[in-house]
Design a binder for this molecule. Structure first.
Ligand SMILES: NC(=[NH2+])NCCC[C@H](N)C(=O)O
Length: 304
C-alpha cells in the first residue's frame, strides 16, 4: 500500500510521481498538439528531442532522491508524452483523485495505474467533471482552483477544468474552502494563455507566493490572492516570465525549492526569502508549456 497525504504545496516531500519522456517518440504532427507553445516550437523546428528531455528529467530525479524522496515513474507507453504527471491525478488530504482529462491525454493514466492500485482512497470523478491537477492547489484549509466557464471551456483546447469540477471538489472535500479563479486562455498565443493555475500562480515557503496577475481573467481574483498572502509576501512576475514558466517551480519543503537555472530574478527572490534553490536545466521541457510542478505529482508530504 502507498499512503497518500497532501494538504499544501510545500510541506516536506516524501513520495512523488515524476513523469517520463522515455517513449515520447518523434516531433508530433501539429494537429496532435494541445497547447500553443508546443505548436510554436514545431513550426520553428525547435521542438524538444526525447534524449534531451530524458536528460533534464533524470537531473530532477537525482535532486529529489538526494533529498530522500521516494520517486515513482510512470510505466512507458509507446509514442506517448508522459512528462506532465501533475495533471492526470492529484492528492488532496488522504484521497487520490483520478479525473477525466483532455481526450488527447486520456491514455496517460494507464502508466500510473500500478501506483493507483496501491492507494486505498481513490476518487473517480464523472466524465463531465473535467479537471487537471495543474489547476488544483490545496493550501491548508483552502483548495485553489483554476477553471473556465462554459463559453471558454467549449471554445479552447487549453481550458481543462470546468465548473462541474469546481462543484465536484466542493462536495468531495467539504472540510475545505474551494476558491476558484477563471484563467485567461488562448489556443494560439502562449503569452496570452494561462494553461493551468500553476502557470500563473504558486505558493512557496511557509507563507509566500509567486503570481502573474495577467493570467487571471478577472483582476479581482489576482487581487484576492495577493491580499490572501499579503503584498509583502508576494513576488509578481512579468508576462515574459510567465511564458518561460517561472511560477512552475516545485517545492521539496518550505526551505528547499527546485527551479530552472535561467530564472535569475525569481531564484534571487527565493534566496532573499531564505529558501534554498536547487537549480536544474529544464529549458527543453519548458517548450511544451509545462515545467517542474507540471512534471511532478506529489503523493505524500510530511505533517506532524
Ligand atoms: N500542470 C501543467 N501546467 N501542465 C502542463 C501540461 C502541458 C501539456 N503540453 C498540455 O497541454 O497538457
Amino acid at each position: 500500500m502507498i499512503t497518500v497525504k497532501i494538504l499544501d504545496e510545500t510541506a516536506p516531500l516524501e513520495a512523488v510521481i515524476l513523469g517520463t519522456a522515455d517513449s515520447m517518440g518523434d516531433t508530433p504532427e501539429i494537429e496532435k498538439t494541445y497547447d500553443p507553445k508546443s505548436k510554436e516550437h514545431i513550426l520553428a523546428g525547435t521542438f524538444p528531442k526525447e534524449v534531451d528531455l530524458i536528460d533534464e528529467m533524470s537531473e530532477v530525479a537525482t535532486v529529489l532522491e538526494k533529498h530522500g524522496v521516494k520517486v515513482y515513474r510512470p510505466k512507458s507507453i509507446e509514442n506517448l508524452n508522459q512528462i506532465f504527471a501533475r495533471d492526470i491525478a492529484f492528492v488532496i488530504d488522504d484521497k487520490l483523485v483520478v479525473p477525466c482529462v483532455t481526450p488527447e491525454r486520456k491514455l496517460e493514466s494507464d502508466g500510473i495505474q500500478y501506483v493507483i492500485d496501491e492507494v486505498e482512497n481513490v476518487l473517480l470523478p464523472d466524465e463531465h467533471e473535467r479537471m487537471e491537477g495543474g489547476d488544483i492547489m490545496p493550501w491548508r484549509d483552502h483548495i485553489f482552483v483554476g477553471y473556465s466557464k462554459a463559453d471558454d471551456f467549449e471554445k479552447y483546447k487549453v481550458s481543462r477544468t470546468n465548473e462541474a469540477a469546481v462543484e465536484y471538489l466542493k462536495k468531495a472535500f467539504p472540510d475545505f474552502t474551494v476558491k476558484a479563479f477563471e484563467l485567461k486562455k488562448s489556443d494560439d498565443d502562449a503569452k496570452e494563455n494561462a494553461l493551468h493555475l500553476d502557470c500563473c500562480f504558486q505558493p512557496v515557503g511557509k507563507d509566500k507566493a509567486v503570481i502573474y496577475r495577467g493570467g487571471f481573467k478577472n483582476e479581482e481574483d489576482a487581487e484576492f490572492l495577493v491580499k490572501f498572502f499579503g503584498e509583502q509576501n508576494v513576488f509578481e512576475i512579468t508576462k515574459e516570465e510567465m511564458y518561460e514558466m517561472n511560477s512552475n517551480f516545485f517545492s521539496i519543503s518550505p526551505e528547499v525549492v527546485i527551479s530552472d537555472s535561467s530564472f535569475k530574478r525569481l531564484n534571487d527572490q527565493f534566496r532573499k526569502w531564505g529558501i534554498r534553490v536547487e537549480e536544474v536545466k529544464y529549458r527543453e521541457t519548458a517548450k511544451m508549456e509545462g515545467l517542474l510542478r507540471c512534471s511532478t505529482m506529489p503523493l505524500r508530504r510530511k505533517y506532524d
